[in-house]
Design a protein. Structure first.
Length: 142
């Protein structure tokens, strides 16, 4: 008997224990991905879609950002995964609009990394602190 089941989100109340994809930790992601692949098979997904998702998640786990030791690079892979997977699900509903999600778009991933870096930078920046010092502030006028 499975410990969990897939149900329509519209038929449930929001759970306080649910973690959004972009906030999941790598360890949890690595545990969840194979379970989701298994669930896709039970839900009769097309074999090519299951293989594409499996390749997508494997490619993210093998990406150089994953082993970089830089938290915002690692986080960028998880946020990229969440956003791209969601976009793929939207695209696949239109004829001839799906794409191969397993091919990592390095330009989008770099944009994601930069976005996360600047979000973190501005979040930790002290209020009122100037990004650029005023070169005239050290000049005294007699």
């Amino acid at each position: 008997m499975p410990r969990w089941s897939l149900i329509l989100a519209s038929s449930t109340k929001e759970s306080k224990g649910v973690i959004e994809d972009h906030n999941i930790e790598w360890e949890d992601f690595c545990i969840a991905a194979p379970q989701i692949i298994e669930a896709m098979g039970r839900a009769n997904w097309l074999p090519e879609h299951i293989q594409m998702m499996s390749n997508f998640w494997a490619n993210l786990q093998e990406h150089p950002f994953r082993s970089s030791g830089v938290p915002f690079k690692q986080k960028s892979l998880l946020v990229y995964q969440a956003e791209q997977r969601q976009m793929w699900h939207i695209a696949i509903t239109n004829p001839h609009s799906g794409y191969n999600l397993s091919i990592i778009n390095e330009v989008l991933l770099m944009d994601m990394k930069e976005r996360l870096f600047w979000e973190e930078y501005t979040r930790t920046e002290l209020p009122g602190e100037s990004f650029v010092s005023n070169p005239l502030s050290s000049i005294s006028i007699c």
